[in-house]
Design a protein around this ligand. Sequence first.
Ligand SMILES: *Cc1c(COP(=O)(O)O)cnc(C)c1O
Length: 446
Amino acid sequence: MTRNQDWQRRDLNVLWHPCTQMKDHESIPLVPVDRGEGPWLVDFDGRRYLDIISSWWVNIFGHANPFINERIKAQVDKLEHVILAGFSHAPVVELSERLVEITPSGLDRAFYADNGSSGVEVALKMSYHYWRNSGRPEKSEFVTVANSYHGETLGTLSVGDVGLYKDTYGPLLRATATAPSPACRQDRGDCRERAAEALDGMRRILQEQADRTAAVIVEPLVQCAAGMLMHHPDYIRGLRMLCDEFDVHLIADEIAVGFGRTGTLFACEQADITPDFMCLSKGLTAGYLPLAAVLTSDTVYQAFYDDYNSMRAFLHSHSFTGNPLACAAALATLDLFERDDVINANHKAQTIMDGHLAELAKLPHITNVRRTGMIAAMDLVDPATGEPFPSEERRGVRAYQHALEHELLLRPLGNTLYWMPPYVLDENDYRHVFEVTRDASHAAVR
Ligand SMILES: *Cc1c(COP(=O)(O)O)cnc(C)c1O
């Protein structure tokens, strides 16, 4: 028995893995990771895998990053955790100052949770509660966009629209109006048109139900979990205008797209708008520790500020709200963005990716090649018919297995192959990613 096999056996005896049909592991081996080295993961038998999905989109500066490691080590010797109600600490104050400074102007307050879904729950509750405190308790519904993903809790599934995660739990969820998706085909140049159509659809919904709607929630520029569906910044600009016109909040869920993913530090910058709530997590701590922040305006904050009355204050908390170690990791992350001028440095990676994507686009079984900033994606189709493969055929799983055997952690979403690289890959790394993705796509359609 190899060391990998030993860990696999012990794991499968006692664990239940996330987002997994456990029986799959009878045929698809689990990968026990011993250590990380920059963008590489190394298993217990010494095999390595380039992590082109940033470990579920969180790890933006590589694994075991020495700079971030040092900062967490320094913090752990000072203060590991403290209650954030009635108490405060330096990392959370500094992080809040920095977030207020770097997010779009008008976002002046930071509230914390300890994972993305909880952050979205905070924004949903705060929005409803704002209207309630403002004498409009009937504004208690939300509007979402087709194909949206906002997390796995019952509240966030209610405002999500990915059937794979949502449908099973239908009876447990709140009904939510769903506006058409602005997702477009960059290769067909129809993005502005799709954005305009989708805005018309949103307008019709708001005309009908703005009076009872608290907020519209959106993943700006890229709907990641639905399969890296991309849209034009016009859509986000238009949403802001519609929300103002109809007096509803705009919640920007930048949990996946924040921190440079779309090419700017935050996706909303490309539409030049300020949402009423911005949810951040994932890249916030460079994938080190769970933390979420919800940024909002002084207007929202003031609607809660009053003499004590249990119905007016936002009495929401999580045990690990604003954890100092997580905040220290986030501060180190922001320092790296500044020190290495990461947003500009990433342009080079984007040019390299474009060269490889152009090659992949020539393959008869690949279509809808697209990129927004540091997210690239393409869809597998049957080369004989040009049609998508039925999802039961699980072509993406074949690509995943081929890539794993060739030192790449590629983890397709259905028929969609995508790259969400950490911001530390060099030209050789990208060539490796390209070659293995190309070969994995062949293996998937064979
Ligand atoms: C991942 C994600 C979430 C949920 O975050 P978790 O930390 O996994 O709960 C919410 N919204 C978007 C857009 C995400 O990608």
